[in-house]
Design a binder for this molecule. Structure first.
Ligand SMILES: *[C@@H]1O[C@H](CO)[C@@H](O)[C@H](O)[C@H]1NC(C)=O
Ligand SMILES: *[C@@H]1O[C@H](CO)[C@@H](O)[C@H](O)[C@H]1NC(C)=O
Ligand SMILES: *[C@@H]1O[C@H](CO)[C@@H](O)[C@H](O)[C@H]1NC(C)=O
Ligand SMILES: *[C@@H]1O[C@H](CO)[C@@H](O)[C@H](O)[C@H]1NC(C)=O
Ligand SMILES: *[C@@H]1O[C@H](CO)[C@@H](O)[C@H](O)[C@H]1NC(C)=O
Ligand SMILES: *[C@@H]1O[C@H](CO)[C@@H](O)[C@H](O)[C@H]1NC(C)=O
Ligand SMILES: *[C@@H]1O[C@H](CO)[C@@H](O)[C@H](O)[C@H]1NC(C)=O
Length: 475
């Protein structure tokens, strides 16, 4: 009989008993967190289990090996990690195990729903940047509960009132949380546990968050994240986390320089899409931002009056009986008019991006010009539609209160006007650009659509991107 050397027997026994001691049974349909450890971690038997893993610390170099049989020396599968997380779905009729190589913290989740619990959500789920000031930012989740506007039926008109109702919040809302930290150059795991641990929102008392629900546009309700206590002129990385384990992002943005003079305006029921900085004095009573209750009525009353009068005029058309288009209705027209009116009446402050401080046109356009055309600088970066406004510049909206700082105005995208033009009956006589408010250049042109109006043929194709670039204000 061939005997094993006693030292080897001893070694094997040690490994097996160590394994027996640390052999932790992972619960089904739950996430297990570990600060360290190599397992093996036992998977209970089940007809179908999605095993998903996520690394929670940087540069851990962790590897996850899974077996679909509980016995030892069975074939293992190396879970492929993409940005720090991975999954493996299989039948585990007689159980299985996960072994971990390397050191670092991690999560293992077992799901019997057929979908791994750890998931990277797709690009449509990336958080939407509203705007920032020197120390605040406003960010939105993707829309989650669409609100169907009733189509006007002749002779009963059911147009939205001037104030879009915000009272009927959805009963069930997705559990979105925001994670935010200053951008670093190092690669990091794009996992919910890493982003949550890295996030400065809870760990650092001076960064505060007010999360609420807002019906921003026809796409539906969104979670609105209002952040305060940020550091001026800093790049931030934001992730949106859904149900603790699904992650969308990253989205990047920068706070404005310390001298940025404009406060944030948001939550206007008559202009629900507005969530940006405006050339106004600091909000009253030490409030963080202006809202529908505090925006000066000298500014909001004319907008409300225009909306009311417009709806009356629109209703003189037999909405819902006579079709002026096979594609659009009076409800679409009212919606697009509202967006255009709000964008053009409520100017947005901005500043050139940190990486490109000279990235704006310093020469005021001619009074006859219709807009700033999208153009590139020597580094082939597309310049934003920024127009310098001096304290002496007569504001385009005569209802805007006097503002005591010079600022850069981010012009509306011409597409906001064209969308209204397309959605409204021709008897209203819209022409884009319009002479209603503009003296000089009113719009950013050639960003989304081409300069001649070719759809999507503009220099950027979009008004803003996930890297913090904002080229024009889409409304
Ligand atoms: C599961 O892992 C595969 C790669 O093995 C990956 O392509 C897939 O996107 C992952 N599924 C989810 C939901 O993350
Ligand atoms: C992205 O995810 C959403 C929600 O899960 C889904 O409706 C949409 O079709 C997905 N888009 C793509 C391009 O996969
Ligand atoms: C208009 O509304 C009234 C009251 O809601 C209803 O009785 C009537 O049938 C409606 N008419 C049409 C043409 O839809
Ligand atoms: C948070 O935001 C909501 C909506 O804007 C507002 O009603 C509420 O007063 C805010 N709460 C705090 C503590 O600022
Ligand atoms: C939402 O998710 C967070 C963590 O991402 C968790 O702490 C919280 O309990 C969840 N809330 C609900 C209502 O499930
Ligand atoms: C709306 O119509 C009323 C009544 O015709 C008029 O007094 C008011 O000036 C109009 N509002 C605007 C902003 O033109
Ligand atoms: C922010 O990011 C931009 C572009 O990636 C970079 O050029 C700039 O130096 C960064 N600014 C800071 C303060 O890190």
């Amino acid at each position: 009989m061939h005997l094993l050397p006693s030292t080897l027997i001893c070694l094997l026994t040690n490994i097996l008993s160590a394994a027996a001691q640390t052999r932790l049974k992972l619960p089904l349909d739950a996430v297990s967190q570990f600060n360290s450890g190599n397992g093996p971690f036992e998977i209970p038997s089940a007809p179908l289990v999605s095993v998903s893993v996520a690394t929670c610390s940087q540069n851990s170099g962790l590897r996850f090996l899974v077996t679909t049989e509980s016995g030892s020396a069975t074939p293992t599968t190396d879970i492929i990690l993409i940005n720090g997380q991975g999954n493996f779905t299989s039948a585990f009729e007689s159980g299985g195990a996960v072994a971990v190589e390397g050191t670092g913290s991690f999560e293992i989740a077992l799901s019997t729903t057929g979908q791994p619990m750890h998931q990277a959500l797709n690009a449509s789920q990336i958080p939407l940047f509203g705007d920032s000031t020197s120390n605040q930012a406003i960010i939105f989740s993707p829309p989650f509960s669409r609100v169907e506007t009733p189509q006007p039926t002749y002779p009963n008109y059911t147009m939205l009132p001037v104030d879009v109702p915000q009272a009927f919040q959805p009963d069930v809302t997705p559990n979105y949380t925001l994670a935010l930290f200053p951008t670093t150059n190092d690669a990091h795991p794009q996992t919910s546990c890493f982003a949550t641990r890295q996030s400065i929102i809870e760990s650092q008392g001076n960064v505060n968050l007010n999360q609420s629900l807002w019906l921003r546009d026809e796409a539906g309700w969104r979670s609105q994240f209002l952040l305060g206590g940020l550091t001026p002129a800093t790049n931030y990385t934001a992730y949106l986390i859904l149900d603790s384990t699904k992650i969308a992002g990253p989205m990047y943005f920068a706070t404005k320089s310390a001298a940025f003079p404009c406060p944030l305006v948001a939550n206007l029921p008559y202009c629900p899409g507005v969530a940006y900085a405006m050339p106004l004095a600091a909000p009253p009573n030490g409030a963080e931002i202006y809202t529908g209750n505090t925006l000066p009525t000298t500014l909001s009353d004319p907008i409300r009056s225009y909306l009311t009068n417009f709806t009356v005029t629109l209703n003189s058309f037999a909405c819902g009986r006579d079709m002026y288009s096979p594609l659009v209705t009076c409800a679409d027209c009212q919606r697009e008019y509202r967006k255009w009116l709000c964008t053009i009446s409520l100017p947005r402050c901005s500043e050139p991006s940190l990486s490109n401080p000279n990235g704006f046109s310093s020469i005021p356009p001619l009074p006859t010009a219709t807009g700033l055309s999208a153009s590139k600088n020597d580094q082939q970066q597309v310049l934003s539609a920024l127009m310098p406004q001096q304290t002496s510049t007569t504001p385009r909206n005569k209802f805007l209160p006097q503002f005591d700082s010079a600022y850069q105005m981010l012009l509306p995208c011409i597409e906001t006007c064209n969308a209204m033009d397309r959605a409204c009956p021709s008897f209203l006589g819209f022409k884009c650009p319009t002479s209603q408010f503009n003296g000089a250049a009113s719009y950013g042109i050639g960003y989304i659509d081409g300069k001649d109006g070719d759809q999507g043929e503009g220099l950027t194709g979009v008004a803003q991107d996930r890297y913090g670039n904002v080229w024009c204000q889409l409304g």
